[in-house]
Ligand binder design. Structure first.
Ligand code: AMP
Length: 117
């Protein structure tokens, strides 16, 4: 099927059209292992609705974003990285290094992270 504007690689994962290792899922959020991890723990926390970037967030999305952070917190505890620490990152557009235009929160941990990714 042809990609529509409202589609993304993550929508295909949500619809189970392409495989991914799912670490968490509920009605609104999915969390998957990053296919090219840059840290021992590298998980993407993704809303099931396609919000392309942080620039597209609305007031009504505040609770969803909060829940994405809570999912990251839960996964960090489960993966045993909460105590040592971790990093949560959202890249935005070209200068931010965003490559998939479907909002996602990177959970990175399991090693000491330098200031730059
Ligand atoms: P960003 O550069 O912030 O847009 O991050 C996009 C992330 O998605 C990158 O870290 C990619 O490695 C990851 N990614 C792309 N395609 C897939 C996929 N099919 N399954 C899991 N992670 C993916």
């Amino acid at each position: 099927m042809q990609d529509s504007v409202q589609d993304s690689i993550f929508m295909k994962i949500i619809r189970r059209e392409i495989p991914a290792t799912i670490e968490y899922e509920d009605d609104d959020i999915i969390a998957i292992r990053d296919i090219q991890p840059i840290a021992p723990t590298h998980i993407l926390i993704i809303p099931k609705t396609l919000i392309p970037t942080v620039n597209d967030l609305a007031e009504a999305d505040a609770a969803l974003l909060g829940r994405m952070v809570l999912v990251a917190q839960k996964l960090a505890k489960e993966k045993g990285i909460a105590e040592n620490g971790y990093r949560l990152v959202i890249n935005v557009n070209k200068d931010g290094g965003q490559t998939v235009f479907h909002l996602h929160l990177h959970l990175l941990g399991g090693r000491t992270l330098a200031f730059t990714m």
